[in-house]
Every structure is written in C-alpha cells, then in structure tokens.
Design a protein around this ligand. Structure first.
Ligand SMILES: NC(=O)c1ccc[n+]([C@@H]2O[C@H](COP(=O)([O-])OP(=O)(O)OC[C@H]3O[C@@H](n4cnc5c(N)ncnc54)[C@H](O)[C@@H]3O)[C@@H](O)[C@H]2O)c1
Length: 319
C-alpha cells in the first residue's frame, strides 16, 4: 500500500518580490497601436487563479470563466485567499488587494468574453474540453485581432487553433506553477500562428506581466516539460521499484542536487492528473518508453489522489 507523509516543506515555495508594473501595454497591431486592457482567463483552478491574479495586479480588467455558477465561489475564494496571504506577509497593501479583486469578475457563460482582447485558457488538461473552449471563444470573441492563448502543458497549439477560424491568433502561453511567483512563460507559436501574434504575446507577457519568455516550437511538452516530466516519472518508477521511500527520494534531490523541492513533492504541487496527462501527450508524440505514465501514477489519478489540490498525493496536506 502507498505510504503517505505530511510534509510542511512542500508548502515552502521560494518567495519573490511581487513587483509587478501597473500600466497598460501598447503593442503593435498591423501598423496601428492597440492597448490590451481587457483580459479573459478560462478556468479558475491552480493555474487559472494564479494567472487571473497576476493580470489583475498588473492593472487589467479580468473576466474569469468558470464551468458552472457554483465554481464561482470556489474561484473567488482561491483568489481572495492568495491575495490575503500576501497582505498577511506584508507583500501587498490591503488597498491594492481590494483594487485587484475589484478588477476581477466571474462568469459561467463564455458568451460574456465578447469584448476580450486577450484570453488565456487554463482549463483541465483534457483535449476535448480545451477544443470546446477554443471553438466557443472563436464564436464569441469579437476583436478579430484578439490573442487566444492556451496554458496547456502539452497539447499541440496547432490543434487548438485548428478548431477556430483564426489559427493565426492562437498561441501557447505556458505559465509555471505558482504563476504569480515563477518568472518564466513559454510562448509557443504553431505552424499556423502569425509571427506578429507571437511578438504581441511576448510583449504582453514581458512588458505588462513582468515575466521572462522562452519561445519554443509547438512540440509536446515544449522545453520545460519535455525535460522535467521524464525526471518526475523516473522518481515514481523508483518508488514503485521499492528502491527508496518517498521522503528519501525527495531528500536525495533536495540535499544532493540543491533542488528547492524533491520530485514527488513537485508532482503533488503540479497535480498528479496534470503530470499524467503531460506524460501521455509526450508518449503519444515521441513513443519513447521513458515518457509513458508509470502504473502507480495512473492508479493514484484513478483513485483521486491528485496531490496538494485534493489534500493527498504522495504526501498528505491537512486542510
Ligand atoms: N498545475 C501545474 O503545475 C501547471 C503548470 C503549467 C500549466 N498547467 C496547465 O494549466 C491548465 C490548468 O491546470 P491546473 O493545474 O490549473 O488544473 P486544475 O485542475 O487545478 O484546474 C482546472 C480547472 O478548469 C476547470 N474547468 C474544466 N472545464 C472547464 C470549462 N469548460 N470552463 C471553465 N473551467 C473549466 C475545472 O473546474 C478546474 O477548476 C492545464 O492545461 C495544465 O496542463 C498546469
């Protein structure tokens, strides 16, 4: 049987300054200047909430799309909790928290995204769900130059663009977890994406959100996950083989390689379902055995042990 441990260190995420510039970016659009001030974020889980918070704190009007009205409260609670923690740590004033929250609204109807100038889709890593969202966004977003971005970790951007009538405006905008803290965003143009869309997306991410960008090709896993996921899967295989217990595998990598957290803690933070989905996409693309999901990971996902977000993965996270 899988042993679980409680782990306080898993919550210890490296801190950052949170100095986000508060201005509206001006980016080139076919020779004219356009300001992006109305952003949409679809999905308000781990990543969607972080991206929405980031955009609101950058001074943007943020509309968050949730799957059903009941998810609105959960999404708002997630965002409010995150901003409250910053206020508690003295990293954000109560006034700025209130201003950020006032810029965020929620809807369960993607029809409300009609006036958005840039949308980041951050729904579950399930192809059919993402394709539905892109097909709907294509119908409702009125600005023909609006950027339609996906935070997918592994699905081909060309497929997401392919269900729209404007694949030239569709890009990967791959933020990292926690989105408010980690400085990197991978910007991914597909074979159908306009170079100007990639330029505008990069300008948005760097100049407005204060992040750094790596541009990558539209291949499963992009750069970071193509390298990271085989390592994480190796840790699961090592556990499965009985070579070392959970805590020792993590300890080996934190103390032996100075990683900020061990691989099994990191899988818990990312979400076991997300790691499994990325693994499947990588395997589908490359057919290399080291990308395939280990049985233990698949069984834990089937059992609802998704990591920190559900309170139990390789470790336990008391609420
Ligand atoms: N977790 C990570 O570390 C991480 C890092 C980078 C990228 N990503 C990617 O970000 C995306 C979201 O991942 P997450 O970790 O936030 O997952 P999550 O499970 O925490 O959140 C997904 C959210 O999407 C919602 N959702 C599902 N269908 C929807 C719909 N049709 N409309 C609106 N909301 C819908 C779900 O209710 C859930 O709240 C995935 O594509 C994932 O690969 C995740």
């Amino acid at each position: 049987m899988l042993r679980t441990h409680s782990l306080k260190q898993a919550a210890a995420i490296p801190s950052c300054s949170f100095d986000i510039p508060r201005h509206t970016i001006h980016v080139r659009k076919l020779g004219t200047m356009e300001s992006i001030s109305r952003v949409g974020v679809v999905g308000c889980g781990v990543m969607g909430a972080g991206i929405a918070e980031l955009c609101a704190r950058a001074g943007l009007d943020v509309l968050v799309g949730v799957s059903r009205p009941a998810s609105r409260d959960a999404g708002r609670a997630r965002l409010t909790g995150s901003l409250d923690r910053l206020v508690g740590k003295g990293k954000l004033s109560a006034r700025d928290r209130d201003a950020a929250l006032a810029r965020i609204s929620f809807t369960a109807d993607l029809g409300d995204f009609a006036d958005r100038q840039l949308v980041v889709e951050a729904v579950s890593e399930q192809e059919s769900v993402k394709l539905d969202v892109f097909a709907t966004l294509d119908k409702v977003v009125e600005d023909e130059h609006a950027i339609l971005g996906s935070n997918t970790s592994s699905f081909p951007i060309v497929q997401l663009g392919g269900v729209t009538s404007r694949p030239e405006n569709v890009v990967g905008l791959h933020f990292f977890n926690p989105a408010t803290v980690l400085p990197l965003v991978e910007v991914v143009g597909s074979v159908l994406t306009d170079a100007s869309t990639v330029d505008r997306a990069e300008a948005f991410v760097t100049e407005l959100l204060g992040k750094q960008v790596v541009r990558t090709k539209d291949r499963a896993g992009f750069v970071v996950n193509a390298l990271l996921i085989p390592y994480l899967l190796s840790a699961v295989r090592m556990l499965e083989s009985g070579m070392a217990p959970i805590a020792d595998i993590d300890k080996a990598m934190t103390l032996g390689c100075a990683h900020p957290m061990g691989p099994l803690s990191l899988i818990d933070l990312i979400g076991l379902d997300i790691v499994a989905a990325i693994s499947e996409s990588l395997y589908l693309e490359y057919r290399e055995p080291h990308y395939s999901p280990p049985p233990l990971l698949s069984r834990m996902v089937s059992g609802g042990l998704l990591g920190k977000k559900t309170g139990r993965g390789f470790y336990e996270y008391p609420r």
